[in-house]
Design a protein around this ligand. Structure first.
Ligand code: ADP
Length: 307
């Protein structure tokens, strides 16, 4: 795949602290954990890495703290080849998530402490404007303040880039936000929360996506786990199935999808081809353990396709 313009990701960086427990403790209870692990993540950084591994040139606009977790995040991003010129140090602690995973079921509790991610303000995005010149695609999510995400999309428009909004986590959106997104990519749960209703059956999911489409994005792409992705446009809708995969760990599947979709667009795929490409990349990532560590590389996509 050829590389055209670069991608700008405006989003979060985080360290996830994970512990395994035999059973999730009830409120007031203390559980004995094991297997403590520390992983770099955050939707912004993960989507930047997913796109980079597939061959895109990626610049990240983000904030970390002046602490060792911030150093670890920057080191990991540099090692992947992501441009971190616009990852600044905020006077707040680096974002952290506390994750407890129940061994037998995989059920988890997650507490996110945004820290420095909430110090990324619209003016900081504006300050990074030179990075947007020549961008093919601008991607953002909602682990940074919603006004910051809005400014990222607006700046993307100003510079003629295609804009992608992954509304995760789903928070109430200001009226002017969705028209700034060429591609809105929620998962099923986010879709239901955004429309404030049920989105469980195929009919409900399509109706919910259509109601979001009426609020102004260019198109809505709903990721549906093993079922793939439903693309809803003003011309119609189509479900694109992923290649069959034996899922061993679906953590980060959404980030793998969004990063690959953005990279596909930046490499001049049309949106349908970019959705199929993203299905391939994320199916590959769910077939192995880990979140970021499972993201596909360009050369693996080739092998996978030809199987
Ligand atoms: P999230 O991680 O946000 O919950 P999804 O679960 O919808 O996102 O997964 C994102 C994408 O990952 C899907 O659209 C699909 O392409 C791929 N995917 C997820 N689970 C599977 C699976 N079991 N088999 C194949 N592909 C999968």
């Amino acid at each position: 795949m050829t590389v055209s313009g670069h991608i700008v990701v405006v989003g979060s960086c985080r360290v996830d602290l994970l512990a395994r427990v035999p059973r999730l403790p009830a409120p007031g209870e203390t559980g004995a954990g094991s297997g403590l692990a520390e992983e770099v993540g955050g939707k912004g950084a993960n989507q930047a890495v997913a796109a980079r591994r597939l061959g895109a040139a990626v610049r990240l606009v983000a904030r970390v703290g002046r602490d060792s977790r911030g150093d670890a995040i920057l080191d990991a991003l540099r090692a992947e080849g992501v441009d971190v010129t616009a990852v600044g140090r905020a006077p707040a602690a680096t974002g952290v998530a506390l994750v407890t995973v129940e061994e037998a079921t995989g059920a988890r509790t997650v507490v996110v402490v945004p820290g420095a991610n909430h110090a990324l303000l619209p003016d900081d995005v504006e300050g990074a404007a030179p990075l947007f010149a020549g961008a093919a695609v601008v991607v953002t999510q909602l682990e940074v303040p919603v006004d910051t995400a809005a400014r990222a999309l607006a700046l993307g428009r100003r510079y003629g880039a295609r804009t992608v909004l992954n509304p995760a986590p789903a928070v109430p959106l200001p009226g002017g936000l969705l028209p700034l997104a060429d591609y809105l990519i929620p998962n099923e749960r986010e879709l239901a929360r955004l429309v404030g209703g049920r989105a469980a059956t195929a009919t409900e999911i399509e109706a919910a996506a259509r109601s979001l489409l009426a609020s102004g994005p260019g198109e809505v792409i709903v990721t549906l786990g093993a079922r793939g992705a439903l693309r809803v446009t003003r011309l119609g809708s189509a479900l694109e199935a992923p290649p069959e995969a034996v899922a061993v760990d679906t953590t980060g599947a959404g980030d793998a999808f969004v990063g690959a979709f953005a990279q596909g667009l930046a490499a001049d795929l049309d949106p349908l081809a970019a959705v199929r490409h993203a299905n391939h990349a994320s199916a590959l990532s769910v077939a192995r353990p880990g979140a970021r560590s499972s993201f596909a590389r360009a050369e693996e996509m080739h092998t996978w396709r030809n199987r």
